[in-house]
Ligand binder design. Structure first.
Ligand code: MN
Ligand code: MN
Length: 347
């Protein structure tokens, strides 16, 4: 690796001069250029527009979807990508626990924000799908920063057209409600009902972890389970423990292509207060890290962290949590992509 991870004695000018072409996709190291300096990209990766010639070389794109038009109550997640980029300048390169080094395993880049229309929900769904379809056509794996949870639907429309996905879904809420306000079928409470109806998501390979909070009525959780979704509510979560939850999640999703969707309200609001729909009695950040690390070896094809809402996050701590969970997901995504490329046996 030589100087690739940064020689602290090197000047920033020399760093960029000596950077070889193979180093292009590495984060700018904080040992040469201070972390508060420069333009904030996800994890200090290079920024590439999707039509840049080098975008074709990208394995995993980190992308923002600055949109919260699916939010039914406390909005603000449209500001998530920018604040997550800012806090992600704190990220480093190697996962201490797993030893995974995602930027060595895969070429990662910040491909900017998907186009959105803040005053038109249906137009936004089309624009976001188009953006991710373009990346999918280039063979790029998406790692997305929301935005509210409805943004997962157009991402799935883009990447699950050829085959339905399984999903490991961390959330306080099932997000399988049918409709709001009379006839509105597209809100951040409905994406996975739509995804199952549209054949994007295989309910029998879907596991929802951490579900809790009061219900609108006593039958609202039934629909997903009738389709075959495995719901591990917070009481079962604590009975099983992290290892038990992981064993069950891995059994449910199996070997097929699987998406990881992480709503920050999975976490207790003491860890992630900056979100629109907090629910007390949630998981810890340490548990969340263990859970995502335990997904290593699954056939992961994309992921997101959603519902970070900076207006409710004055300390920036929820964005810090969001970016750290993105890094954890990136580690297992990069490992999965590298395994598919080299056809290594899974652990
Ligand atoms: Mn959600
Ligand atoms: Mn939620």
């Amino acid at each position: 690796m030589g100087h690739r991870l940064g020689n602290p004695g090197m000047s920033i000018a020399l760093y960029f001069i000596e950077m070889s072409d193979a180093d292009f996709f590495l984060p700018v190291t904080g040992t040469v250029m201070p972390r508060f300096a420069g333009i904030a990209t996800f994890m200090r990766l290079p920024y590439l527009a999707p039509d840049d010639a080098r975008a074709k070389e990208v394995d995993i794109a980190l992308v923002g979807v600055p949109w919260d038009g699916g939010t039914t109550n406390r909005a603000g997640a449209r500001h998530g990508p920018r604040q997550i980029r800012d806090l992600s300048t704190l990220a480093r390169n190697v996962n201490r626990a797993s030893g995974l080094s995602p930027f060595e395993l895969c070429r990662c880049a910040d491909l900017g924000d998907a186009p959105v229309n803040p005053v038109d929900l249906m137009d936004t769904l089309q624009r976001v799908e188009g953006f991710f379809s373009h990346l999918h056509g280039m063979g790029i794996t998406p790692l997305v920063a929301g935005g509210d949870h409805l943004i997962t639907l157009p991402v799935m429309r883009a990447i699950a057209r050829d085959r339905p996905l399984g999903m490991v879904h961390f959330d306080a809420h099932t997000d399988t409600w049918d409709r709001y306000f009379g006839g509105s079928k597209f809100t951040h409470g409905t994406p996975f009902r739509r995804a199952i109806e549209e054949g994007l998501l295989d309910p029998c390979r879907t596991v929802q972890i951490g579900i809790r909070g009061a219900l609108y009525n006593d039958t609202e959780n039934d629909w997903g389970q009738q389709q075959g979704v495995r719901v591990i509510d917070i009481d079962e979560y604590h009975r099983l423990g992290v290892e038990g939850v992981l064993a069950e999640a891995r059994r449910v999703v199996g070997d097929g292509p699987t998406y990881v969707s992480f709503d920050v309200d999975f976490l207790d609001p003491v860890y992630a207060p900056g979100t629109g729909t907090p629910e007390i009695g949630g998981a810890s950040t340490y548990d969340a890290q263990q859970l995502v690390r335990g997904l290593q070896g699954l056939n992961l094809v994309g992921g997101d962290v959603v519902e970070v809402s900076p207006p409710f996050d004055p300390s920036g701590n929820t964005a810090l949590v969001g970016m750290t969970m993105m890094f954890e997901i990136l580690c297992v995504l990069a490992d999965a992509r590298q395994r598919r490329r080299s056809s290594l046996p899974r652990p």
